[in-house]
Design a protein around this ligand. Structure first.
Ligand SMILES: [Zn+2]
Ligand SMILES: [Zn+2]
Length: 385
């Protein structure tokens, strides 16, 4: 059964790869997915939380519902690979392998749908937009993706070019960071540069704010925990002889632990407001909340591990020790329901497939597609059979 779908999946993946679409613009991708699912006689709901698509496979008898999720969006990168299936959309590229995730979920749908009579319960196939931008998981949850039938568990995977094809990576507990973006505004008072006492120098105030913000990670975060406070932009001033009255800064905060996240945000806001106040200026800290930290549920990682050991060699299950300070919006699903997110090796040095995610030469070893399907099928069956 699996070998029959291998060539079909390669064709499907290459079609998506040639036609990448950015977050919330995945119109063609979503239409294609819906038509593949309909060809399989699977129930389809389109337009969920934007361009999201849901497929529902109802098993032979009542039981739990297991969801599988694939993200659909591409990146604003010029595809510089020299292959027949390179991107046809100028400046857009599936450089994060979401074309592979969609294809694996379609392949998994095919296999599970063919054997649905033996399933005790349902499978919900979630094709999610905009992982790379504003996040499609949250709007899909708000649109009810985890209801009707209500979802008991979820699995997701990501292709991983650091891991060779034929192996998978698993991570217990915290796997990705939570992300918050912030804008800082320091308001002072302008005056002639030769008469600084007549003004309030926003640049001098900002310098103190920046220095103090850098003490949060070093002095307030438990050394055994992790956090990042980075300022990436600073803007202000108009001439060398004018005391600057307005500074804007932009940055990000990354944390692994939800409690640390609140503490770092609280400290950052306090530092900005109070340092500015103490120097006669006014400080504003504006938070733009983004993805929460992705925390895997141990018993579901065990399911992935056991299935990996069954399907692959024992030494092909790589236990990842450290969490990534990157983000992944699958985290929103795991805030609501138990499940696991794991990594599918897609590296093949002999084929020259060695480039990292988000690189203009990124590619996958297509041999990993079938492994992804077999893993996801087994993960569902571990719960529904
Ligand atoms: Zn990405
Ligand atoms: Zn990705």
């Amino acid at each position: 059964m699996y070998d029959d779908i291998k060539n079909w999946m390669i064709d499907v993946r290459r079609d998506f790869h040639q036609n990448p679409e950015l977050g919330m613009e995945e119109v063609r991708t979503a239409k294609k997915i819906a038509s593949y699912l309909r060809e399989m006689n699977i129930e389809v709901i389109e337009g969920v939380g934007g361009t999201g698509v849901i497929g529902i496979i109802r098993g032979g008898s009542e039981g739990k519902t297991v969801a599988l999720r694939a993200d659909m969006d591409a990146l604003p990168i010029v595809d510089e690979k020299n292959v027949a299936y390179k991107s046809k959309a100028v400046g857009k590229m599936h450089a994060c392998g979401h074309d592979a995730h969609v294809t694996i979920l379609l392949g998994t749908a095919k296999v599970l749908n063919d054997s649905k009579k033996e399933l005790k319960g349902n499978v919900k196939l979630i094709f999610q937009p905009a992982e790379e931008t504003t996040g499609g998981a949250k709007p899909m949850i708000e649109a009810g993706v985890l209801e009707n039938p209500s979802v008991d568990a979820i699995f997701g995977l990501h292709v991983e070019p650091e891991i060779g094809t034929g192996a998978i990576g698993i991570k217990y507990g915290k796997a990705y960071a939570a992300s918050d973006m912030f804008d800082l505004i320091v308001s002072g008072k302008s005056s002639h540069g030769a008469y600084p006492h007549s003004g309030i120098d926003a640049i001098a105030v900002a310098a103190n704010v920046i220095t103090a913000l850098q003490t949060i990670v070093g002095r307030n975060v438990d050394p055994r925990d992790s956090a990042v406070v980075s300022i990436g932009m600073i803007n202000g001033g108009s001439a060398r002889n004018i005391i600057c009255n307005h500074i804007e800064m932009r940055g990000i905060i990354r944390t692994l632990n939800p409690k640390t996240r609140e503490m770092v945000l609280h400290r950052a806001k306090g530092i900005v407001e109070n340092i500015c106040d103490s120097m006669g200026a006014r400080g504003e800290f504006i938070r733009h909340e983004s993805y929460p930290s992705l925390i895997n549920h141990e018993s579901y990682v065990d399911i992935v591990k056991n299935n990996g050991e069954k399907l692959l060699r024992k030494d092909k299950i790589i236990a990842i020790e450290e969490a990534s300070m990157g983000v992944e919006d699958f985290a929103y699903f795991l805030e609501k329901i138990p499940g696991a997110f794991y990594f599918l090796g897609c590296r093949n040095e002999e084929k020259g497939i060695v480039h990292p995610l988000h690189n203009c030469l990124f590619d996958i070893d297509e041999e990993c597609l079938l492994i992804g399907v077999r893993m996801q099928v087994e993960n569902v069956k571990s719960i529904l059979i």
